[in-house]
Design a binder for this molecule. Structure first.
Ligand code: XMP
Length: 347
């Protein structure tokens, strides 16, 4: 039986570096030959993560937001148009990419049409088990509706075979990882999944890697995990929990025991399913509240600093260089403990 590794199982070996300032590091990553992000971070299409304010803030920060699909096609198209307008008008920056999610059944083609009309640059075909015949059909049909100028992101997949099939079927980028997200219970309910970092190692060994961007999605808890994901071959990371609780999420602010908090929930949680379709089927996610974190711009700045630091420890000035020179080492359980802060008493 194969051993599959994930984030805490490994570390990156520090290497000789001639980088004198982290500002020498460039974090550009190409989504396709017409679209480049200057920060390789994408916000997840979840109803407690990405609405109009998050999507426009992500665009202005050099990343990308994918607007969630848990509303009507008209509502989603309106949210998209608003975020596009904000991204186009604030600060005069040339960073206005906005994406939106659709499913693979029901109104998905109508949604795709309306979203593109409202200005979507990226359509994300968003299902839990993306290595599926319905995904193959959806990519074909969505391409017919949106044409070749729109980027089609698709997922999620856990394996190299899944990544290669979605690439062959016409996806322009693929979300990789099944069941590893902080609010996921798929692996508990269904016993199915694949450790997240191993998915990246496997997918990046494919001939499609370098042509069809790999998006590491789910289970990323800090900038160190982002650095490991990029080193393992991801072109981008998609974040839910790390961005949850920020001011820009479309989630209500609530008071719990005198503390200000915001809801963060899996889209297959009971709470989310009841909210968007009034009933539940298989429950493969949980709902929680997280502390209000302030503006997402601060979170993104902290993450960006951590990523730059990670590349500098390997002596790499670009993500591409980093993927060439990065060397992983597997750590023992004692190593994992040593890698966390472990002073006996923290004041
Ligand atoms: P993080 O770890 O960033 O993960 O919070 C976010 C990713 O988790 C996925 N997602 C789910 N997976 N049940 C699942 O098994 C769910 O209810 C659920 N909701 C979101 C999704 O890929 C997201 O980007």
């Amino acid at each position: 039986m194969k051993t599959a590794l994930t984030y805490d199982d490994v570390l990156l070996v520090p290497r000789y570096s001639d980088i004198e300032s982290r500002s020498e590091i460039v974090l550009d990553s190409d989504l396709d030959n017409r679209r480049t992000l200057t920060l390789p971070i994408i916000s997840s299409p979840m109803d407690t993560v990405t609405g109009d304010v998050m999507a426009s803030t992500m665009a202005l920060s050099g990343g990308l937001g994918i607007i969630h699909r848990y509303n009507t096609p008209d509502e989603q198209a309106t949210i998209l148009a608003i975020s596009k307008r904000i991204a186009n008008t604030i600060r005069g920056k040339d960073a206005n990419l906005v994406g939106a999610a659709i499913g693979v059944s029901g109104d998905y083609l109508d949604r795709a049409r309306k979203l593109v009309k409202a200005g979507a640059d990226i359509i994300c075909i968003d299902i839990a088990h993306g290595h599926h015949i319905l995904m193959q059909k959806a990519i074909r049909d969505v391409r017919t509706v949106v044409g070749t100028g729109i980027h089609i992101m698709a997922g999620n997949v856990a394996t190299k075979e899944g990544y290669e099939d979605l690439s062959r079927w016409g996806a322009d980028s693929v979300r990789c990882n099944v069941g590893g997200g902080s609010i996921c219970s798929t692996r508990i309910q269904a016993g199915s999944g694949y450790p997240g970092l191993q998915t990246l190692f496997d997918c990046s060994s494919s001939d499609f890697s370098g042509r069809v961007p790999i998006i590491a999605d789910g289970g990323i808890r800090n900038s160190g995990d982002i650095v490991k994901a990029l080193a393992a071959g991801a072109d981008f990371v998609m974040l839910g929990s790390l961005l949850s609780g920020t001011e820009e999420t479309p989630s209500d602010t609530i008071e719990v025991g005198g503390e200000t908090r915001k809801v963060y929930r899996g889209m297959a949680s009971r709470e989310a399913q009841l909210a968007w379709r009034g009933k539940t089927s298989s429950l493969e996610g949980v709902a929680t509240t997280v502390a209000h974190k302030g503006s997402v711009e601060h979170t993104l700045s902290d993450l960006e600093r951590g990523i730059r630091s990670g590349l500098s420890y390997s002596g790499a000035r670009t993500i591409e260089d980093f993927q060439t020179v990065a060397e992983f080492v597997r750590q023992t359980r004692a190593g994992t403990v040593e890698s966390g802060t472990h002073i006996m008493r923290v004041l």
